[in-house]
Design a binder for this molecule. Structure first.
Ligand SMILES: *[C@@H]1O[C@H](CO)[C@@H](O)[C@H](O)[C@H]1NC(C)=O
Ligand SMILES: *[C@@H]1O[C@H](CO)[C@@H](O)[C@H](O)[C@H]1NC(C)=O
Ligand SMILES: *[C@@H]1O[C@H](CO)[C@@H](O)[C@H](O)[C@H]1NC(C)=O
Ligand SMILES: *[C@@H]1O[C@H](CO)[C@@H](O)[C@H](O)[C@H]1NC(C)=O
Ligand SMILES: *[C@@H]1O[C@H](CO)[C@@H](O)[C@H](O)[C@H]1NC(C)=O
Ligand SMILES: *[C@@H]1O[C@H](CO)[C@@H](O)[C@H](O)[C@H]1NC(C)=O
Ligand SMILES: *[C@@H]1O[C@H](CO)[C@@H](O)[C@H](O)[C@H]1NC(C)=O
Ligand SMILES: *[C@@H]1O[C@H](CO)[C@@H](O)[C@H](O)[C@H]1NC(C)=O
Ligand SMILES: *[C@@H]1O[C@H](CO)[C@@H](O)[C@H](O)[C@H]1NC(C)=O
Ligand SMILES: *[C@@H]1O[C@H](CO)[C@@H](O)[C@H](O)[C@H]1NC(C)=O
Ligand SMILES: *[C@@H]1O[C@H](CO)[C@@H](O)[C@H](O)[C@H]1NC(C)=O
Length: 692
């Protein structure tokens, strides 16, 4: 009798599945805490101590992540012969019975990361060997050494992806990946690999993606994995990267050598499809001065290659090697955070397809712009944080930066740029010239033109949308500095006096501006309040760190979403009506660090209820000599202020009364002094003895 409900349940369950399959709708059912969707059973975090046996027998995917299984017993998966994918993340697994997967002939993907499989790795290896069709195996984070890994992977020739990240592998020899002829992807990140023997990857003829990031490799010489598409050796200790010579065609497309200790530009294959080369954060430079040669052609390096008891000395002509490497398809080159002081003539010419070049944080002092250098395809150029004091533009080079869209020159020592540089860059949208001491054209009348460098002209750069001129020491703007542009983003912060007290010079671009930053420009509103009425598209306005005493006006510009008024001299909040209108579109307002008068914050309630003030807790006001957080202000501020006034009256009375009394006594004494006889009368009556 008691079996009946169970049968009913099971029947019902099958009905659900049948109905779902027929109707094509994916509805989730649940079984003992596991979510069931189509052939997938998701039992994540159910505190299971063993594999549940009551899941649908046709399950194809089983997720048992974060259950404290500890052991995967023999035959515990026998109810699920159709299993194709099994996930056992973080299950404290120490042991996998050698017959655990015996019935899982169809298993394609097995995920075992973050367990303790090094504990009884031999039994686990034996279990894995029954998986003849396995394609994907994740053994990350299991404290495996190279020998354990080798044993586990032995004869699993069907594998296509193997993940061995976060283990304790130290060296690779030709036995570790033996027989994995179908392997396409191998992840060895975050191990302790310091040595890779020649031939370790030789059997992996299908390998496409190899990740060796976060290991301890000191160099890669004789790199010869021609079939590889991407190689990641970032975060190692590489001093050299040297591809094997010869004219073998490499499939290499992406090479990440960032965060190493490379001294020289890597010596790359002579024939490859490289499109992304990442060299960030190394010690690279071109060492003309060190070699004291007039041209880089004479730079030579000698390698001492020690292999067992054989020592070979290889002499490499760095420039010739570089010149013979194939960079014709390179699109992205990141050389940031290195020691480049200059780029040799012809360096960039080798990369005709280059579209993004990142040279930030180097020691470049001058940059020569010549024909095809940088190449015409370049769209992004980052030269920020160098020591550039000059850009040279070869004469007669019209449109040399015609594809350039994004140009970052911030944090250099430029005093100007070659005339017409920006005007020629007909596709440019973003220029960052912040933190260079420049002046804009036209110069204010009366400024001494002799001996000062030429001005930078942004007028009529029609494509320009975003311009940063923060901290450029700009002189007061003339009315037409941005004429002929349709700027949407402008940053003039940190240029004291650049607006000379009025935002009139921005009139030309007022209709298009969306983001305007006027931090620390010395604006004041003591004579007239600032009027942003014409700025119909303004979304984001930063006016912090100025001397504003009254709220700017925004009539009509209802697009405003973010307003920063911190560090000004505001004493009153805007009128209720104003704030209501203003707050219609505003989402973010900063109001703190202003000396508001607590008796003039009536509209505080309105503002507060709009939930747009981000620094609410930091807005304070002055009540006589006290500073009070506006949030702590009691209801009905005006009464408090009246009380405060009464209080002040009393205080004055108390302060004045003693003075009056003292004055009175003093007067009396003076009066008496001059009426000596009277004093003497008093004296005589009182029998005082004195010189009087
Ligand atoms: C449900 O349908 C899919 C194909 O749409 C099929 O592969 C699966 O075996 C079906 N499941 C059941 C329980 O019939
Ligand atoms: C699995 O079965 C084998 C014998 O076939 C036995 O030696 C082993 O201890 C079992 N392992 C587990 C985890 O039950
Ligand atoms: C691996 O395969 C080789 C030859 O195919 C065989 O001799 C060896 O016993 C196999 N090893 C394991 C652990 O199955
Ligand atoms: C190389 O690996 C590191 C570490 O995992 C990663 O941050 C980086 O994005 C990878 N590089 C590429 C080109 O994918
Ligand atoms: C570099 O070479 C020139 C001659 O070629 C020589 O006059 C100069 O002293 C050398 N400088 C250094 C630093 O060796
Ligand atoms: C180099 O070492 C191998 C063994 O590792 C030895 O057979 C050979 O004689 C050695 N050669 C020399 C030149 O010492
Ligand atoms: C050393 O050079 C010889 C001949 O140039 C070459 O056959 C041998 O493979 C080289 N050995 C190493 C370790 O590079
Ligand atoms: C300018 O950019 C547009 C698209 O943003 C592109 O179609 C055009 O080819 C570019 N012009 C040049 C000269 O690169
Ligand atoms: C330009 O580079 C500087 C420093 O590298 C960076 O802070 C700034 O955001 C960059 N400018 C743009 C527009 O991305
Ligand atoms: C700044 O403005 C004042 C009047 O508003 C004007 O007299 C002065 O010439 C301006 N200074 C510059 C450098 O434009
Ligand atoms: C407000 O109080 C602060 C701190 O006591 C003081 O520095 C400031 O001058 C006061 N401002 C006004 C307007 O009273």
């Amino acid at each position: 009798m008691e079996l009946l409900p169970l049968w009913l349940c099971l029947g019902f369950h099958f009905l659900i599945v049948e109905w779902r399959n027929r109707s094509g709708m994916a509805t989730a059912a649940s079984q003992g805490g596991c979510e069931l969707v189509d052939g997938l059973a998701d039992c994540r975090g159910q505190n299971l101590a063993s594999v549940p046996s009551n899941l649908p027998p046709y399950s194809q995917t089983l997720i048992l992540d974060t259950n404290p299984l500890k052991t995967l017993w023999n035959h515990s998966l026998q109810h699920y012969p159709l299993l194709e994918s099994l996930s056992l993340h973080s299950c404290h697994l120490e042991r996998i019975g050698r017959s655990a997967f015996q019935e899982q002939a169809l298993l394609r993907s097995l995920e075992l990361p973050d367990n303790s499989l090094s504990e009884s790795y031999k039994e686990t290896a034996a279990a894995l060997h029954s998986l003849r069709g396995l394609r994907r195996l994740d053994l990350s984070g299991n404290a495996l050494t190279e020998d354990m890994a080798a044993l586990m992977l032995q004869n699993l020739s069907s594998l296509e992806s193997v993940f061995l990240a976060r283990n304790t592998i130290m060296r690779l020899d030709d036995s570790v990946f033996e027989g994995l002829g179908h392997l396409k992807e191998l992840d060895l990140q975050r191990n302790y690999i310091f040595e890779i023997e020649g031939g370790a990857f030789d059997g992996l003829t299908e390998l496409r993606h190899l990740n060796l990031a976060y290991n301890n490799l000191p160099c890669i010489v004789d790199f010869s994995l021609t079939q590889l598409r991407s190689l990641n050796v970032s975060y190692n200790a590489l001093e050299w990267f040297l591809a094997s010579g010869g004219e073998a065609a490499f499939e290499l497309e992406t090479l990440d050598l960032s965060h190493n200790q490379l001294l020289f530009f890597p010596l790359l294959p002579q024939c490859s499809k490289l499109h992304t080369l990442l060299l960030r954060d190394n010690n690279m430079g071109f060492f003309r001065d060190l070699y004291n040669t007039s041209s880089p052609q004479e730079m030579v390096a000698q390698f001492l290659l020690v292999d067992g008891n054989v020592t070979n000395i290889t002499t490499v002509n760095l420039w010739e090697e570089f010149a013979s490497s194939d960079l014709s398809e390179l699109r992205f080159l990141d050389m940031s955070q290195n020691q480049f002081q200059y780029l040799p003539v012809g360096f960039l010419k080798k990369m005709p397809s280059l579209s993004r070049l990142n040279l930030n944080q180097n020691c470049l002092m001058t940059l020569h712009i010549r024909e095809h250098e940088p190449p015409g395809a370049l769209t992004e150029l980052d030269l920020s944080q160098n020591q550039l004091s000059e850009l040279h533009l070869a004469p007669g080079l019209p449109g040399c930066l015609r594809s350039l869209r994004w140009f970052n020159l911030s944090f250099n020592q430029l005093l100007g740029v070659p005339t017409g540089l920006f005007a020629d860059a007909s596709n440019i949208t973003t220029i960052d010239m912040s933190h260079n001491q420049i002046s804009l054209c036209p110069r204010p009348a009366g400024v001494d033109r002799v001996g000062t460098p030429s001005c930078v002209d942004f007028r009529n750069v029609a494509s320009l949308k975003s311009l940063s001129l923060e901290g450029c020491g700009l002189e007061p703007l003339q009315d037409c500095s941005f004429q002929g542009t349709a700027l949407t983003h402008l940053d003039l912060s940190g240029n004291r006096g650049v607006l000379n007290g009025s935002i009139a010079p921005l009139r030309d671009i007022a209709p298009t501006l969306q983001v305007l930053s006027l931090r620390n420009v010395g604006l004041s509103s003591s004579f007239t309040e600032l009027d942003f009425s014409g700025f119909g598209n303004l979304r984001d306005l930063d006016l912090s760190g100025n001397f504003l005493t009254s709220f700017p006006r925004f009539k009509g510009s209802l697009a405003l979403q973010t307003l920063d008024l911190r560090r000004n001299l505001l004493t009153a909040l805007p009128q209720r009506a104003v704030s209501e209108q203003l707050m219609g579109s505003l989402r973010t307002v900063y109001l703190s660090q202003n000396p508001y008068d607590c008796c003039r914050v009536e509209s505080w309630g309105t503002l507060q209820s709009l939930h747009t003030i981000v620094d609410l807790a930091m807005v304070t006001c002055n009540l006589s000599s006290k500073v009070i957080r506006l949030m702590d202000l009691p209801e009905g501020v005006p009464q408090d202020c009246k009380w405060e006034q009464v209080d002040m009256g009393l205080l004055y009375l108390v302060l004045i009364l003693p003075s009056c009394l003292t004055l009175l006594v003093a007067c009396t004494i003076i009066f008496l002094t001059f009426r000596k006889p009277l004093l003497q009368v008093i004296k005589s009556r009182c029998h005082w003895s004195s010189i009087y």
